[in-house]
Design a protein around this ligand. Structure first.
Ligand code: SF4
Length: 701
């Protein structure tokens, strides 16, 4: 290192929710920003997956937005910041005056830090609306709903470390840590399996998780390859098997009677729901042998400590809340909650999806999950903010997109790309075109930016500081190396400027730490944290007072529900809203790849990642391939009632007969042109995981 070269900074990988620490080294040339391992990083101890290692590749990418842009006569032109700010502030004021504050929608981002999402939701509420949301709506809104309602907090109940040390059974349903959370998988879960833990994977698609656990005595592991959308019947077979066994052999303790009696409510409702449940018919519906599910039930119920991992295969259904509730039911009746190595653990997708929710960038909650319609909670936040907060929950992001052009007239998008990330994406694009005013604040010109009136160029993760909260509730600091492009601005700088121009006060913060200091005043579970106390290790929330060490696992003594009890509730099967028929005889399901990330804004611009998988593809079962006459590697047209894409077919028995599987990462053939926008009634999460589809062959690539 030359004498004038800056020291590397310690920060957090910008991709998945594991929260791996990395170092970023500024080079001698402007824009030269390099990855370096951080050997003592608290979560990953220097290990890194392909995405983390390639993360700096896009920081100085030639596509970076480097100046504000304003659309004029359908074309973008360069603008000064002054002009852009004036335009944004004037339009926000005009919309509020003409239509009222609920005519605006605000999208936060799970790729953006806690301080910035905190500012965005405060800006929306000061403007007068609760129409603020973030992309957790697309991944774990249903999980958050079920966990918050039935246990108390919408987050992992346990930590990666205690699960690695104490869990004997890993029940992984609708999650794929081998692909999505590679370091959690290799450093924590796979180590536990090498030392004897058993894996039960429930997933319609064989994947890297399936293959990564083919170690040790593989006979003990099971992959229950169910049909998409049959998670409730499968778990009901598990629950009924446990109930039946307990009735005949209570001495085996499959049900933890003491735990159920002292710490739960609703057990009778579950028993009544399952009274006439037909296990044989359900197994047939799931497409999994009954004996295999019964064996899995025994493995889970007889483990000393059994942990459930849940992912988007569970949450992204119109019955997403019920899916997760049934996992909670399983954990509660067997007493697998409130101690190390147990629990119900959502593996979060983006590096700050947990934090974005924690700081209140959602339409129904304020920072710390305090409900906007809870007078006492709302007033306690109003005391700090000094203005009145609207008391009715606002619209979610999918609802905002579907109201665009009708009741919604304007949209503020920070770091999100709804034209690719939302279901039925063609319809989303049409509606955004009907808006009177759209701001996009991002690092690249996204597909959504095409519909913007103003584009504000932001800095990347590597250029600024703040905090992010990982999948096991660990709040960690990020540190920046300084701006690569002088005329870009940090998200917080943009929001403080717009907030100050609109409202004169309440948005005047000099740095991220000043914002965090206000956040901890209104967010009880962060109240005990300061930048100094976070240090390099970070702290798990809840951390109520300075000096608290934070809780690696939750609910040791009681649940954080009104009654203090864990809530059991029987659920019944709801099939996907769209099922195969003569016109669309296949089930389309979607998932993500290790080397790409959501709408591909960053990952498809990374040479290393793109080299691995440069374009989208669809997995087709060999029997379907034969029926359609599809050769491996041939291009096909995949279509649903909402759109079509052309992509390469991969013939593989990773997928089930009748099920086609693809990804949402690539703009040229995005799966979300096909997916169904039907929502879970309570959590408003779309049903990405099951739609009816058809394939045509003989198309040009
Ligand atoms: Fe980044 Fe996740 Fe990979 Fe860790 S596992 S390096 S956080 S993408």
């Amino acid at each position: 290192m030359s004498s004038d070269q800056q020291e590397p900074v310690k920060t957090i990988c910008p991709y998945c929710g594991v929260g791996c620490g990395i170092k970023v080294q500024p080079g001698e040339e402007p824009g030269d920003v390099r990855f370096m391992p951080w050997g003592e990083a608290p979560v990953n101890e220097g290990r890194i997956c392909i995405k983390g290692g390639a993360a700096t590749e896009v920081v100085d990418h030639e596509d970076r937005l480097t100046e504000p842009r304003i659309k004029e006569n359908g074309e973008f032109r360069e603008a000064s910041w002054e002009e852009a700010y004036e335009y944004v502030v004037d339009e926000l004021e005009r919309i509020r005056e003409e239509y009222g504050p609920d005519a605006m929608g605000f999208f936060g981002s799970s790729k953006v830090m806690n301080e910035e999402n905190y500012l965005l939701q405060k800006l929306a509420r000061r403007y007068g609306t609760n129409n603020v949301d973030n992309c957790t709506r697309m991944c774990h809104a249903s999980t958050v709903w079920a966990l918050r309602t039935s246990l108390g907090a919408g987050a992992m109940t346990n930590s990666m470390r205690d699960l690695r040390e104490e869990a004997d059974v890993f029940w992984i349903q609708g999650a794929n840590p081998g692909e999505q959370h590679p370091i959690a998988n290799s450093q924590y879960f796979r180590q536990a399996v090498l030392e004897g833990a058993t894996v039960i994977q429930v997933d319609p698609h064989a994947n890297k998780t399936t293959r990564s656990f083919q170690i040790g005595d593989t006979e003990r592991h099971q992959h229950l390859q169910l049909n998409p959308g049959t998670d409730i019947p499968l778990l009901n077979i598990v629950l009924k098997t446990i109930l039946e066994h307990h009735e005949e052999h209570p001495e085996d303790g499959w049900i933890d009677e003491e735990f159920v009696a002292e710490r739960t409510e609703g057990f009778d409702h579950l028993k009544a729901t399952l009274e006439d449940f037909d296990k044989d018919a359900a197994a047939e519906e799931c497409g999994v042998p009954l004996e295999a599910i019964e064996r899995a039930a025994e493995q889970y119920a007889t483990a000393d400590n059994a942990a459930i991992f849940t992912g988007m295969g569970m949450s992204q259904h119109a019955c997403g809340v019920d899916n997760v509730q049934n996992e909670i039911n399983l954990a509660l009746i067997t007493g697998n909650l409130g101690r190390p190595g147990t629990g119900v653990n959502p593996l979060r997708g983006q590096n700050n999806v947990q934090g974005t929710c924690d700081v209140g960038a959602m339409p129904n909650v304020l920072p710390g999950y305090q409900l906007v319609d809870d007078d006492e909670a709302r007033e306690s936040v109003e005391d700090v903010w000094g203005f009145e907060i609207p008391d009715e929950p606002g619209l979610t992001n999918v609802e905002i997109s579907y109201e665009a052009g009708d009741s919604i007239k304007g949209l503020y998008v920070m770091g999100e790309n709804p034209v690719m990330s939302e279901p039925d994406a063609n319809a989303v694009a049409e509606r955004l075109a009907d808006l009177e005013f759209t701001v996009v604040q991002d690092i690249f010109h996204t597909e959504t930016a095409d519909y913007a009136d103003v584009i504000l160029p932001a800095t990347t993760w590597a250029e600024r500081g703040g905090t992010v909260t990982n999948t096991d509730r660990r709040v960690q600091r990020m540190r920046g190396v300084g701006k690569v492009h002088e005329n870009t601005r940090h998200d917080r700088e943009i929001l403080t400027e717009i907030g100050s121009r609109l409202f004169n006060e309440g948005f005047d913060f000099d740095d991220p730490e000043a914002i965090f200091e206000e956040l901890r005043q209104v967010c009880p579970s962060y109240h005990g944290m300061t930048y100094d106390l976070l240090g390099e290790e970070g702290l798990h929330w809840p951390c109520y007072e300075p000096g608290d060490e934070g809780d690696p696992f939750l609910y040791e003594d009681e649940f954080e529900t009104e009654s203090g009890l864990g809530h059991i509730e029987g659920v019944e099967h709801t099939p996907p809203a769209e099922t195969p028929d003569d016109e669309y005889p296949l089930i389309l399901t979607t998932a993500r790849l290790e080397e790409h990330y959501n709408t591909g804004t960053m990952s498809t611009r990374s040479p290393t990642l793109n080299k691995q998988t440069p374009e989208n593809f669809v997995d087709v079962h060999p029997a379907d391939a034969e029926r359609y006459g599809i050769e491996d590697g041939e291009y096909v047209r995949l279509h649903s009632r909402r759109g079509e894409i052309t992509l390469e077919a991969r013939v593989t028995d990773d997928t089930k007969e009748g099920v086609v599987w693809t990804t949402p990462h690539f703009a040229a053939a995005s799966a979300n042109k096909l997916t169904n926008h039907v929502l879970d009634e309570r959590a408003k999460i779309p049903e990405y995981k099951a739609a009816a589809a058809e394939i045509d062959v003989e198309v040009e690539p």
